[in-house]
Design a protein around this ligand. Structure first.
Ligand code: DX5
Ligand code: ZN
Length: 214
């Protein structure tokens, strides 16, 4: 079964609570929250306090995507703020194994994220430790970009590795997801689709989620 995680990056910031309700009522499985620091990626978004506020109203798990330099400095804070899943970029730290352990110790599901330019085999040593692998299908930093087709190779690698090694992580994709690209990802073995602009621009949000899942 495919899960859908609307990205609040594309929500109506002046009416965040109703954007969250819309996602929940549409049948979304997670709320995807993009945290950007202006260093690791050239944009700024939400921080710890925003995650805490969201966690007070949300009824589905918070899927927190950290696009931060030195993510190890923020793990416990995001966990305390109510994150359920915390994902950190492979490219953002030389200590990915340590950070994954840190996320688990903080009581959250641990995810690792790959940029489109990073081959999936660099994850081999930690694939047995993570709960989730997030494959970026655009370069991180902005919503509304086009899906990068070459990332499908990584999705296939991750699905194969999981099959061959009885792995238990879920595979998530993020960026440029719509009805058409969702199909490509699902064929490649993806379990969770993040959708920002495609979801929040949809007239009929329930139909949008059902379409992505179908
Ligand atoms: C981009 C973010 C995405 C973004 C996706 O860096 O990680 O979560 O919201 O937006 P869309 O779905 O519009 O490509
Ligand atoms: Zn994201």
């Amino acid at each position: 079964m495919t899960l859908v995680a609307p990205s609040l990056l594309a929500a109506d910031y002046m009416n965040m609570a109703s954007s969250i309700k819309e996602a929940e009522n549409a049948g979304a499985d997670y709320l995807h929250i993009d945290v950007m620091d202006g260093h690791f990626v050239p944009n700024l978004t939400f921080g710890i306090d925003m995650v805490e506020q969201i966690s007070k109203t949300a009824t589905i798990p918070l899927d927190v995507h950290l696009m931060l330099a030195k993510p190890e400095n923020y793990i416990e804070k995001f966990a305390a703020a109510g994150a359920h899943i915390i994902s950190v970029h492979m490219e953002a730290t030389p200590h990915i194994h340590r950070v994954i352990q840190q996320i688990k110790q903080a009581g959250c599901k641990a995810g690792v994220v790959l940029n489109p330019g990073t081959p999936a085999n660099v994850l081999e040593a930690i694939l047995g430790d993570v709960d989730l692998v997030l494959q970026m299908t655009v370069n991180p930093g902005f919503g509304g970009q086009n899906f990068i087709e070459s990332t499908v190779k990584n999705m296939r690698y991750l699905a194969n590795w999981r099959h061959e090694n009885c792995g238990s992580y879920v595979i998530e994709v993020d960026g440029g997801v719509n009805a058409e690209t969702a199909e490509i990802c699902k064929q490649a073995g993806v379990d969770v689709l993040v959708a920002g602009s495609y979801f929040f621009r949809a007239e009929d949000k329930k139909a949008c989620v059902n379409g992505l899942k179908a």
